[in-house]
Design a protein around this ligand. Structure first.
Ligand SMILES: Cc1cc2nc3c(=O)[nH]c(=O)nc-3n(C[C@H](O)[C@H](O)[C@H](O)COP(=O)(O)OP(=O)(O)OC[C@H]3O[C@@H](n4cnc5c(N)ncnc54)[C@H](O)[C@@H]3O)c2cc1C
Length: 564
């Protein structure tokens, strides 16, 4: 007898389970229930409708129920909310949202892929017609229609995660005055505070009013009030402060939840009921690196889980490798990507780590559109096992991060990354790719070849009058330098050794740390025992300091910045 597979949710996870089940079994009865009017739409492309990159909201819908029926013989019932799971009878109760009719369907396998809901805090004015969330095509079309009304100029986006940043960027590109309010002291949590400064600068440069360490308190007509008491002009407000897994159906049916609040699943995405699977944003997953349960609201994992669940229904084995969390985002002219653990994650998980921060060119410098690529690589101390990476730049950061994601998945170390043979031509990269380069620096640090301090400690060094040597050429120094740095170019350093003290720590930097690394090594060989490289050097310092200098109106530690 053929199987009957019912699926709750018809987008990333739901549609993927349905398609995979059909490929494995031409005779199965596959029915997808979707509460909204659309199945299989591109959630990830929703914000791009606001700038017109995706001109028509209809284009966000990838497949209609008719196409599902014709091409895959899958029934997609839209405007159909599953309101109850009757586990004893192995049926679900569905409400037809157009007619109000309630009816039951039986299942052999039930798959829950209901996703996650935007969090809406109970604040004054939050129910107003000027407050929006972004989850589906209806939401984005509604927001776009609202802001296009005559007179709408100011939009406040609350929350600096992926959705908030993308919405802010696309509204800014459409010509609105956009404020982005974030409760934490940085946007984009997958990045560490130091790397996030590059994104802060980019937002600020492009005219987004970025307000950090503050939260929404109240929505009024034409403005919002923040917890600090600050008022911001806002004709429309977009809430993007996070999502919570949709677990109501599962909870009411007595299915077990995990400690993070997501639906608990086993190796094969089976819930505590052996006839019910759950996948996607609603579930709790296992983190490969922290070995702890976590939640991960990303499309790739949802689709992989969906395939694994369908495979399990047909006795196909699947190796559950856990998640590492790989993601990327476009922030105006910068691309940003990350994978695995950042410093905050490693500290929380109690993992001993060290990191390198390098800024090589993303291509050979002679090539058009060669740009610095800011790359931070975390590895476990003392094993050198690769834990994570963050990359920001105008070039292809995703390629570099995908290499690191592969390394992490395969349990790679700095040695493996150093030896990794990657393709090269000047238009694409450098012979020693950014990722190889990061491994070499990491190994040097791990082997104790030299010491380094991060850009985050430079302000303290400057304020405490540390002895800092800037080894860039004189004309570079003249354009902007650390206030108390002494300029001894690398090309002169061997002739000016008597200017460098031996009885106190000496910190060296150049533009990106390549020349200062060479200077540090030379000095060490010449008998200087207390020399330290400043990782990130003047470019990294300038970018790290800039945003806080502007918003906090504090004294600069540089005479002028260098961002190139
Ligand atoms: C604006 C935006 C941008 C994003 N960008 C990215 C990105 O760039 N990269 C990335 O990896 N991820 C991105 N994501 C996240 C990604 O879309 C989700 O991780 C993925 O869609 C999760 O799949 P899912 O099937 O669990 O949930 P969803 O795709 O959200 O599908 C769940 C569906 O279930 C329906 N549903 C819920 N309960 C019921 C019920 N009781 N009955 C019937 N139907 C029900 C809901 O209406 C919903 O349509 C983005 C998400 C958003 C909102």
């Amino acid at each position: 007898m053929s199987k009957k597979i019912l699926i709750v949710g018809g987008v990333a996870g739901g549609a993927s389970v349905a398609a995979r089940a059909r490929r494995l079994d031409e005779h199965a009865d596959v029915i997808m229930f979707e509460r909204g009017p659309h199945v299989s739409f591109s959630n990830c492309a929703l914000p791009f409708h606001l700038s017109g990159i995706v001109e028509n909201s209809d284009d966000l819908v990838l497949m209609s129920p008719q196409q599902f029926k014709k091409q895959y013989n899958i029934e997609a019932r839209v405007s159909s909310e599953v309101v109850k799971i009757n586990r004893d009878e192995k049926t679900i109760t569905i409400k037809n949202l157009e007619t109000g009719e309630l009816y039951d369907e039986s299942y052999d396998h039930l798959v829950l892929s209901p996703g996650a809901n935007p969090i809406v805090p109970p604040l004054e004015g939050i129910d107003g017609p000027n407050v929006f969330t972004v989850r589906n095509v209806v939401d984005i079309a509604k927001l776009n229609a609202y802001v296009q009304q005559e007179g709408i100029k100011n939009v406040a986006v609350i929350g600096g995660g992926f959705i908030g940043v993308e919405v802010a960027e696309n509204l800014n590109m459409a010509g609105y005055n956009v404020s982005l309010v974030e409760f934490a002291n940085q946007i984009m949590a997958p990045f560490d505070y130091d790397m996030a400064q590059l994104l802060h600068k980019e937002m600020m440069d492009k005219g987004v009013d970025l307000v950090l360490s503050d939260g929404l308190a109240k929505v009024e007509e034409g403005s919002i009030e923040l917890q600090s008491g600050k008022t911001i002009a806002a004709d429309a407000v977009v809430l993007a402060i996070g999502v919570k897994p949709e677990t109501t159906l599962a909870t009411e049916a007595g299915l077990e939840l995990g400690e993070t609040g997501g639906i608990k699943v086993d190796h094969n995405y089976l819930t505590s009921d052996q006839s019910i699977y759950a996948v996607g944003d609603a579930i709790e997953v296992y983190h490969k690196l922290t070995h702890k349960p976590t939640r991960l609201a990303l499309a790739g994992p949802a689709q992989r889980q969906a395939r694994a669940a369908a495979d399990h229904m047909y006795n196909r084995p699947h190796r559950n490798t856990g998640v590492i969390g790989s993601s990327c985002i476009h922030v105006f002219d910068q691309n940003a990507a990350s994978t695995g653990l950042n410093e905050k994650d490693a500290q929380k998980a109690g993992i001993q780590y060290d990191f390198v921060y390098i800024i090589p060119g993303d291509k050979v410098g002679l090539m058009p559109e060669s740009n610095p690529l800011h790359f931070k690589l975390l590895y476990e101390y003392p094993t050198g096992k690769i834990l994570g990476a963050q990359a920001i730049g105008k070039g292809n950061v995703d390629k570099r991060i995908d290499v690191i994601a592969t390394m992490i998945t395969m349990g790679g170390t700095l040695e493996d990354l150093k030896e990794l043979e990657l393709c090269y031509s000047p238009m694409f990269g450098t012979a020693k790719d950014v990722v190889n380069f990061a491994a070499l620096v990491g190994l040097n640090i791990l082997n104790g070849d030299f010491k380094q301090v991060p850009v985050t400690q430079v302000r303290e060094l400057v304020e405490n009058g540390a002895y800092i040597v800037d080894v860039r050429e004189k004309h570079e120094y003249a354009q902007g330098h650390l206030k108390n740095a002494v300029n001894i170019p690398l090309s002169e350093i061997r002739d000016r050794l008597d200017e460098i003290p031996k009885d106190q720590p000496v910190y060296l930097h150049c533009r990106t740390s390549q020349r200062s690394y060479n200077a540090v090594m030379a000095l060490q060989h010449l008998g200087f025992e207390n020399v330290t490289n400043i990782s990130g050097s003047f470019l990294g310092i300038s970018l790290y300091e800039y945003f806080n200098d502007q918003v906090n109106d504090r004294e600069k530690i540089v005479t002028d910045y260098n961002f190139k």
